[in-house]
Design a protein around this ligand. Sequence first.
Ligand code: PMT
Length: 356
Amino acid sequence: KTSHYRANCFCDFSIDRNLRKPKSTNFVMDTVNSLGTLQDEACTDVRSFFELAPSLKNRDTITQKVNEFVCHNSHSSENLKSIGVVCVTSGGTTVPLEQRCVRYIDNFSSGNRGAASTEYFLKAGYAVIFVYRRGSCQPYCRYLPEDSFLDFFGVSEKGEIQVCQMNDRVVKTAITEYHSAVDNGLLLKLPFTTIFEYLQILQLVATSMSSLGPRGMFYLAAAVSDFYVPWENMATHKIQSTGPLNMRLSQVPKMLLVLRKEWAPLAFGISFKLETDPKILIEKANASLRKYQMHVVVANELATYKTEVVLLAFDGRVLTIRKQDEDENANADIEKKIIKILVDMHSEYMETFAKE
Ligand code: PMT
C-alpha cells in the first residue's frame, strides 16, 4: 500500500519517438469532405438522443457550479492561478435496462487513469473539472476502496485518531494537495452513473468551457457505452424472469465530433481508444483521430493499458509510452508521462493562437 502511494513521487519511463510522414493534401481533403456529411448525421442523432433522454437531476445547480468554476479560471479572473482548464472524464457509464433500475449494463473502468491524470494535471498548473462515475477511483485516494483507509489510521491509548507513522507522509501530502486544489478553486468534481447523465454533463461542461477558447482541454478517459436502451423503449418496472430475454439495443451517438465542432470548437481534444485485439488498435485509433478531428488519440489495449499506450497526434506524431518491468520504480504511474507530453502539446497549441 505504501509503495503504491510512494509511486506518485518517482517515475521513470521509456519513450519511443518516431515521426510519421506528414499528411498528404488528399488526407486533409478527405477529412474535410467526410466532416460535412458526418456532421449532419451526427447532429441529428445527438439532438434526438438529448431530446429523449431523462432530464438531468440538479441541472441548474450543476450549470451554476460549472459556470462559476470556468469564470474563476478564465483570463478575466483577477487571481488567475491555472494555465488552462481540463475536463477529465473517468470511469464507466451504465446503461439501465429498466426505468426504475434494478439491472444495468456496465462498462469496464476503475477510474484509476482519470483520477491519476487529474493529480498530474493539477500538479502541472491546470484547473480540473473531474467528471467521474460514482464510486470509482478519486484523485488523492486512488487506492480506496480496495486498500481500506482504515489501514492508514490507528487509535491511541487516549482514544485519539492517529496516522500510522509509515503512512504519515503520504497521507499528509494527499490531504494537503487535495484541499489546496479545492480551496483555490482548481478542482471541481461532478459525478455521473448512467450514459444519459454522462453525456448531458459533458455537453453542459463543454458549452461552458467554450468561452476559454484554446485554454480549454478535454481528456476523455471515461469508458462510454456504445449501445443503450432508449428511455421511451425501456421497461418502467423490473423486468420479470418469465423466460429468455430478448432486447434490442440502439447505438449511442458518438459525441466526439459534436464536441469538437460545436460545443467547444477551440478546445484541445484528447480521446481514448480501447481495444482487446492489438491487430486493430492503431488502425481504429487513427480512424478516430481523423473522423472525430481529435488533437490526440491515446490508444490502449485492455491487456496492457497500465504499462503501454500509444499517443497519435493530429500533426502526425506517434509516441509510444512504456512502463518497463526492469524500471527501478516499476510501480510508478504511466499517467505522469502521458500528462507531461499532453501538457507540452497543449502549450504548443495555445502558442499557435497567441501568434495569430
Ligand atoms: O479507468 P481505468 O481502469 O484506469 O481504465 C482506463 C481505460 C482503459 C478505461 C481508459 O484508458 C480508456 O481507454 N478509456 C476509453 C474507453 C472507451 O470507451 O473506448 P472506446 O474505444 O469504446 O471509445 C473511444 C472514445 O469514444 C472514448 O474517448 C469515448 O469517450 C468516446 N465515445 C465512446 C462511445 C460513445 N458512444 N461516444 C463517445 O464519445
